[in-house]
Design a protein around this ligand. Sequence first.
Ligand code: CTP
Ligand code: MG
Length: 227
Amino acid sequence: MTVSVIVPAAGSGTRLGESVPKAFVDLGGRTILEICVAGIVEAAVADTVIVVVPADLIDDARRLVPDAVVVAGGAHRSESVRAGIEASGRNSDIVLVHDAARPLTPPAMFARVVDAVQAGHPAVVPGLPVADTLKQIDPDISGPAPERVVRTVDRELLRAIQTPQGFTRAALAQAHADDSGLATDDAGLAERCGIPVHVVPGDPLAFKITTPWDLRIARDIVAAEST
Ligand code: CTP
Ligand code: MG
C-alpha cells in the first residue's frame, strides 16, 4: 500500500506570538517543521511527505526539508489540507494528515494509525483519555460575570484527539468535498459525511504546540533529550 503524509504547516501561530510562523520557530537548533518531518521519516511508513506552508516561505521550506514535496497553503487549515490532497495525486492508498505543530510525536504512532487503516477502518485518529473534570457552560455568555455551569460531562466517554489522522484516499477526499469550515480536524469532516471514525491510543508527546507554555515544554523536552 502506498502511503502519503500531508503536513499542514501554513498557519501563522497567532496564539504562539513568535516573530515567524509557528512551523519555522526554533526548537533547540532545528525548526519545528524540520523536527516534525524527521519524525515522519524515522517512522518509515511514508512513500511521500507533502508539506504545506505559507506561500512566501516555500523556498525556505524546500531548503529545510529537501526530501518533502512543498506546496502553498490557504487561509484556513482545511484549505491547506486540500492543497496537500491535490499535491498527493491519485497514487496513494492511505493518506495521513499530521500537524507540523506536533513535532515530538513518537514515530510508532504513525505505524499504529497506518495499521488500523490497513485493517479496514477508513478513518483513524489517535486519542487520549481526559484527565480533568469537564463541565459544560451556558453558551449565553454576556459580560465579565463568571460562566455558569450547566452540567458535568462524563469524561470516561471522551478522548482528546491528536494527529496523525489516517484515511483511505477515498474517505479523505469525500470528507473534504463538502467543507463548510466548521470542523477543527479532518476526522470531524469525515464524521459529518457518515464515515466511521476509530480511535487508536495517542501519546502525550504528540501534544500540539499552541501557546508559549507549550513551546517552553517542547524546548525543555528537546534539551533533555540532547543531554
Ligand atoms: N495550519 C495550516 N494552514 C492554516 C492554518 C493552520 O496549515 N491556514 C496548520 C498549522 O500550521 C498547524 C496545524 O494546522 O501545523 C494546526 O493549527 P494550529 O495549531 O491552529 O496552528 P496555527 O493556525 O498556526 O496557530 P493559531 O491558530 O494560534 O494562529
Ligand atoms: Mg489555527
